[in-house]
Design a protein around this ligand. Structure first.
Ligand code: UD1
Length: 432
């Protein structure tokens, strides 16, 4: 089993280059099949979730050429299968974006129903509501969702909950519907805007992305495009919190500072210095951090995908902090692991009450999911002594070369598979 072994206690110092946004790339890659012409996508992160989606896209008959680790060409003219195999949805939940993409282009799609996952039950009723409003006949049978329409027609739609996935899926289908679709109470995340920009670069007519009302005038066809994915604000935020937890001085480069404002403002409230420039943000924290309260919310609120990471930082702050998770019901699974490192956290329903401690101590912990796994790595970097973070397969779904980037900031971290390698790392670190 692949694990990270970490010797904590070294402040992270230096500059780190942020990769392309995984969640933006997932939507954009799915949408790439909506034209029969070739699309080139650049700045995709080299992470396992992206590779899994590319396999799913190949699986339905599209041509996929990985030009290099961060660039891919996709041609959807050869698609012969409108039905996605279960093996893909099991590997990558977001392959359900092919539902909206195939339905928009071919008016027909079938995708296995994605189940819940480690962070919650994750219903998809709003996606289906949107497809139905566009005139599709949507059925759930034999574990799959099938959607079919003789024609899709523009509609006025009000989402009952703000959903990133539903906004993306319905946006894709509506792009190739007849007439105008107005989606109200849409999600406003940067990757919604990025997907809309990408679709517009292929000839779509989408206005208002980034606000809660998106207007889409359907077009009959889309054309070739070359597009660069935005930087990953969650990866950037993870390094910013790693700087805070280790009392370091880190500049995240190749970012859009505006996308990081919820994170930057919390760091400042906690007593860190945050300096923004055009495409970089520097975070340095010298003094003991102050407590604060967090409530996760849709963008521009504090992201649920940063909740475990900030909770690690708050574990080392003065006083008591309250973290309320309002998006997913099962996102405190890492708390028991963090408690094993000495954190004082009590979870009641969707709230974590964190009493700051002076220090964490290294332990063997296991990642329950992607972002919680990254948070445990931050805890290991801040803790005294050695930590081992297991189940890093989750971390690799969304962080490109995580250990290598951290080493570039002075962290003592290695990916290992055997106990012997762990002992070797410990001996070498102690010898230094
Ligand atoms: C996306 C992100 C994920 C992030 C989440 C919230 C991707 C690939 N994943 O997930 O990393 O944590 O946004 O920012 O971009 N809901 C419904 N019905 C629906 C859809 C959603 O009730 O049809 C609820 C969910 O249970 C959840 C909330 O809406 O409570 C938000 O979910 P949503 O925004 O859809 O998250 P995802 O798109 O799955």
């Amino acid at each position: 089993m692949e694990r990270y072994v970490i010797k904590g206690g070294t402040p992270l110092v230096g500059e780190v280059e942020i990769s392309g946004a995984k969640n933006a790339a997932l939507g954009i890659l799915a949408a790439s099949i909506m034209t029969d012409e070739t699309v080139t996508i650049d700045n995709i992160p080299d992470v396992s979730d992206i590779n899994a989606l590319l396999q799913a896209i190949e699986g339905i008959g599209a041509y996929v050429e990985r030009v290099d680790a961060h660039t891919v060409k996709i041609n959807g003219s050869g698609i012969h299968d409108f039905s996605l195999d279960y093996e893909y949805i099991k590997k990558i939940r977001a392959s359900y974006y092919l539902l909206g993409a195939l339905l928009g282009k071919y008016k027909k799609a079938e995708v296995p129903l994605p189940g819940g996952c480690n962070i919650g039950t994750r219903p998809i009723d709003q996606h289906l509501k949107g497809f139905r409003a566009l005139g599709a006949d949507v059925r759930i049978e034999y574990g799959s969702i099938s959607a079919e329409a003789s024609r899709l027609e523009g509609t006025h739609l009000y989402f009952d909950v703000v959903s990133v996935g539903a906004t993306i899926n319905v946006m894709m289908a509506a792009t190739m519907a007849e007439g105008t679709t107005i989606m109200e109470n849409a999600a406003k995340e940067p990757h919604i805007v990025d997907l809309a920009n990408f679709l517009n670069s292929m000839g779509a007519n989408i206005k208002g992305a980034g606000t809660d009302v998106i207007r889409i005038k359907g077009v009959p066809r889309l054309h070739r495009a070359e597009y660069t994915v935005i930087p990953d604000q969650i990866e950037a935020g993870t390094f910013m919190f790693a700087a805070a937890a280790t009392k370091g001085d880190v500049t995240v480069k190749n970012v859009i500072p505006k996308h990081l404002e919820a994170i930057s403002s919390k760091l400042m409230e906690m007593g860190c210095q945050v300096e923004e420039s055009d495409d970089a943000v520097r975070v340095y924290c010298k003094n003991k951090l102050r407590n604060t309260h967090i409530k996760t919310l849709p963008y521009p609120g504090f992201p649920t995908d940063m909740q475990p990471q900030i909770s690690v930082v708050l574990s080392l702050a003065n006083g008591t902090s309250i973290v309320t998770e309002s998006i997913f019901e099962n996102r405190f699974k890492y708390v028991d692991e963090l408690a094993r490192m000495g954190a004082r956290i009590k979870v009641e329903s969707n709230t974590a009450i964190i009493t700051g401690v002076d220090r964490l101590s290294g332990a063997i912990v296991s990642s329950p999911d992607l972002r919680a796994g990254a948070a445990l790595v931050i805890a290991g970097l801040a803790a005294e002594g050695f930590s081992v973070v297991e189940d890093i397969v989750y971390i690799k779904r969304g962080y490109e070369r995580f250990d290598e980037k951290l080493r570039g900031l002075g962290a003592e971290i290695r990916q290992v598979t055997t106990d012997k390698e762990i002992r070797k790392f410990q001996l070498m670190s102690e010898a230094v």
